[in-house]
Structure formats: C-alpha cells, structure tokens
Design a protein around this ligand. Sequence first.
Ligand code: CO8
Length: 260
Amino acid sequence: MAAATLARRIGRSGVAVMKFKSPPVNSLSLEFLTEFSISLEKLENNRACRGVIITSALPKIFSSGLDITEMCGKSIEHYTEFWRAVQEMWLRLYGSNMVTVAAVNGSSPAGGCLIALSCDYRIMAENPKFSIGLNEAQLGIVAPFWFKDTFVNVVGHRIAERSLQLGSLHPAPEAHKLGLVDELVPEEKLMEKAAAVMAQWLALPDHARQLTKTMMRKAVLDRLVAHREEDIKNFISFVSKESIQKSLRMYMEMLKKKKS
Ligand code: CO8
C-alpha cells in the first residue's frame, strides 16, 4: 500500500482529522478507497473517537473523484473489485455513527463531491476557483442511483435534477447558494471553523444524534445494500461498453491537453 495516502490523527476532544494525501489530485484509486474504508472502520470501532473532519493535505484539490484509469481498459475482475470498494467507502461514510465534517479546501468533482455530500456538514473555502458537483454527465457517464440519492438528500430534487443532467461543477459561492455546501469561510479559517462545528454537533448526546441520523439515511443505505450485486453488474456492463471507454479516454486526453 502506498505510503500515507491518508494521515489520521485523533485529538483529545475525540475528533479525528483525516487528510487525503495522494498526489497529484487525490483521485480515488482502488488502493486509496481501500485505505480510506479501513481507516473509517478503525475510527468507527475506536470508542475514543466521536467525530471525523475530512480534508485534503494537497493545495487546491479536495479530491478529483474516482480514478478514471481504474475504469479504463481493465478486466471484469478489476471492475468488480473497484466498484465494490467504491460502494464500501460510501456505505461506511454515509452510514457512519461518527459526526462527519467535510472541510473542502479545493476542487471536488464527482466522487470527491460524493465524499463531501456523505458527511453531516460541509464547509468550503470561499475561493471561486474551487468547484464542486457531480459532473459525471460531462464525462459521458451516469452517476449511479446512490450518488443521486445522496445529492437529492442534500439539495432537493429540482436542483439535483438540473445539476446532474448538466454535469455542473459549481464554483464555491454558487455551491453555497444551492445548499450543496453549508458554509463558506476563508481558506485559512477552514479547520478552525470545522472544529467549532464539530464541537457544536458533539455537544448533543451521541445516542440521540446517531438514531436520528440513521432514521434520515437508512432508506438510502438499505437501497444500495439490497441491490449491491445488481449495481456492480450495471457498472461493469456500462463501463465495458466501447462507447464509454472511448468517452473516458477522450476525457483523460482533454485533461492532459488542457495543460499544454
Ligand atoms: N482520475 C485519474 N487521473 C486524474 C483524475 C482522475 N479523476 N483527475 C486528474 N487526473 C490526472 C490528470 O490526467 C493529470 O495527469 P498527468 O499529470 O499524467 O497529465 C494529473 O492528474 C493532474 O491533473 P490536472 O493537470 O488536470 O490538475 P489540475 O490541478 O489542473 O486540476 C482537477 C485538477 C480540477 C481535479 C482536474 O484534474 C479535473 O478536473 N479532473 C477530472 C475530475 C473528474 O472529472 N473526475 C470525475 C471522475 S468520475 C467519478 O468520480 C464518478 C464516476 C461514477 C461512475 C459512473 C459509472 C461508469
């Protein structure tokens, strides 16, 4: 496993800070996802830990979403393992008993946005150059139903419908206006604010907050659990199509060309 894709530290207040550190863009590879899920599981099982703040150790990028190279030209076995790891990460994070706060200190497209959406609260650096959203449609691919459900639960049906169809990446101020993030703060105040929000949420008795969270999220979580194998099959059949492979390759080329 690569060295320190995640830095994890539990403070005396029972709050862990998890920092994504997988240069250049914190893309969610199979290895990264596996490490992320294991870290979440360890924190979940640690009675000293009641909350986790998720942020990035890289400048300007929270996470660039799923690692597109994991979805290009790989075997069925690889796609199966990769997609199961994406599901596992989301089930752990969205279903976490801990208070989860995303301190979004950079751009956060697609899978990066899903991570932020899965937390209890999102604070973003107010830099309009940073954007967030489920932009799958721009890549010629479709956000799975549980990405969509998570999005709808945060912003409501109409905003999600428009944003998903257009594959919109919303600059931070717009994301705030849409309710996609809860608060904007200057970047240097992000961690301080995240700690203050965390303290506010942790002031409540854990059992009442956790039962309420479960009540709000259970239907969406259960839906994936009930259709997990079918969802993997759908992903494989979709991603194996030559037209989708072509779209993903073109998108990767576009990212490279953008640089030159
Ligand atoms: N996966 C793999 N490689 C990536 C990704 C990615 N998601 N994003 C960037 N990279 C690579 C680039 O190709 C580039 O590689 P190289 O150095 O070899 O040329 C390197 O990372 C650095 O990228 P940039 O030069 O673009 O870095 P910038 O700092 O200029 O920009 C951004 C950073 C804003 C993150 C930009 O790279 C970007 O927009 N990336 C694409 C993000 C994106 O669209 N992600 C969507 C992934 S799909 C997903 O998460 C959900 C899919 C759901 C599945 C649906 C069923 C099929």
